[in-house]
Design a protein around this ligand. Structure first.
Ligand SMILES: Cc1ncc(COP(=O)(O)O)c(C=O)c1O
Length: 442
């Protein structure tokens, strides 16, 4: 990795941390993983190697790199003058397709990133309900802004009701007292929802959650929990916001909300909706969406929002997701890849398992019992970040790219795309077999 090291050295002189985002350092490498180009399921490293990619643009890539259909759509944008700051028949087409794919979304407002989308959703919820407090699930991530990026201890700082004892800004520089606007509870604990709804009755605008919490690995929920959260929100007049920035498009029918059969009031989407092009959105009930300007008083605007290139990519993606058989392929890859890896844990006697849901998965090194995945307080007791570090380091040596952002006491998400071929999967399984056999001997 000589060139990578040299680039890190040079980039660090002019780019903070040597990268364009704080989370770009691969901890097993100690530097960002600089690439030259990407194609299908592969990324081509600056040092010459060709890696099967399982981080997939932090969950943005569902259709693979350099997808021919998306490429064609984006090239069409070049002929049209690659404009932004105007709407067109294409924005309308995207809105029509999206509302067809996700029927709870009656209207949309486009943004450039998931961060902007959750910010807008929370702002609209406060304006609509005329309440202030937001309930968030401890450990869930909704973007880096001061409205919502607070943690309580990720499974280690809960009171007997499932509410965190403290609420702490996840980064420096937040306005004083910003944490007073948010309360944190344990995910998948319906009593915690009941508890805060009663304790803060009359003050709560919304509850926001990732229906599958990928930011702590691949923490699923149950249809029963979701149903009860929905019922409690309706009863109390509290809005339910689903953050589908990662889960969006990954499940049939209509993303995680379709899968769980629950209708949120607002939802946010980004990443896979345009396969990584800068397209995100907040969507939901028309009455709430009409809070946004110019229809209403809540400002949600951006120079490049709805830019043609991203919208064209988005149209191509939604059309593919609507094609018959699209999700059969995802489920088949999931079964082959994750089923085999799970088997390899047992074959080599390594405590651990893999959990997958809708083209994303996480390695749970340290414990076997998947029932413990539902609560972070259990996961953090047994999960081994050290084993995961050893694993991702070994993966790099075998030309497999699994991400390791480091420093977290719970798993990190990886994923696959529809561009991952049977050969990719077979090769990956052979390599992981080899890696596990070495890890088992340590
Ligand atoms: C669930 C979730 N919500 C929101 C965001 C923020 O999205 P973006 O990085 O596009 O701002 C992320 C980013 O990883 C995310 O995982």
């Amino acid at each position: 990795m000589r060139k990578n090291t040299e680039m890190f050295h040079e980039a660090s002189k002019r780019m903070t941390g040597g990268g364009s985002a704080g989370g770009r350092i691969h901890k097993a490498l100690g530097a960002p993983f600089y690439i030259d180009h990407a194609d299908g399921s592969h990324v081509f490293h600056v040092d010459g190697g060709d890696f099967i990619d399982y981080h997939c643009g932090a969950g943005a890539l569902l259709f693979g790199w350099n997808h021919p259909g998306i490429r064609e759509a984006v090239m069409k944008c070049m002929d049209k003058g690659f404009y932004m700051n105007f709407d067109s028949q294409y924005t309308l087409e995207f809105a029509e397709l999206f509302t067809k794919l996700v029927p709870t979304v009656e209207k949309i407002r486009l943004t450039n990133s998931g961060t902007e989308a959750t910010l807008a959703a929370i702002r609209a919820a406060r304006a609509y309900t005329k309440k202030n407090l937001i309930i968030k699930m401890d450990g869930h991530f909704h973007g880096m802004h001061e409205m919502i990026w607070f943690n309580g201890g990720c499974g280690t700082n809960l009171d007997e009701f499932g509410e965190t004892r403290t609420v702490t800004p996840a980064a420096a520089g937040f306005p004083q007292d910003s944490e007073k606007n948010v309360r944190l509870i344990e995910f998948n604990n319906i009593n915690a929802v009941r508890h805060v709804f009663e304790k803060y009755r009359g003050d709560i605008a919304a509850i926001i959650l990732e229906p599958v919490n990928y930011d702590c690995g691949c923490v699923p929920s149950t249809a029963e929990y979701m149903k009860q959260v929905r019922e409690l929100c309706t009863k109390e007049g509290i809005l339910l916001i689903f953050d589908e920035v990662i889960s969006g498009l990954r499940f049939r029918p209509g993303s995680a909300q379709g899968f769980y059969g629950v209708k949120p009031d607002l939802s946010t989407f980004a990443k896979a909706i345009a396969n990584g092009f800068s397209l995100a959105l907040v969507g939901g009930k028309a009455e709430i969406m009409d809070m946004f300007n110019p229809a209403g008083p809540v400002v949600c605007s951006g120079t490049s929002s709805g830019n043609l290139m991203s919208v064209m990519a988005g149209i191509a993606c939604i059309k593919m997701a609507l094609e018959p058989g699209f999700y059969d392929k995802i489920e088949e890859i999931e079964k082959n890849l994750c089923g085999e890896i799970d088997h390899l844990f047992r074959k080599h006697g390594i405590p651990g398992h893999i959990r997958s849901q809708g083209a994303q998965f996480a390695f749970y090194f340290g414990y076997d019992d998947p029932r413990l995945d539902y609560t972070l307080s259990e996961t953090v007791k047994y999960y081994s970040p050290k084993q995961y570090r050893n694993f991702t380091r070994a993966c790099l040596a075998e030309n497999l790219y699994m991400f390791d952002g480091g420093g977290k006491p719970f798993p990190q998400h990886n994923g696959f795309t529809t561009a991952h071929t049977e050969d990719d999967i077979a090769l990956t399984i052979t390599k992981i077999d080899k890696i596990f056999s070495r890890l088992a001997q340590r």
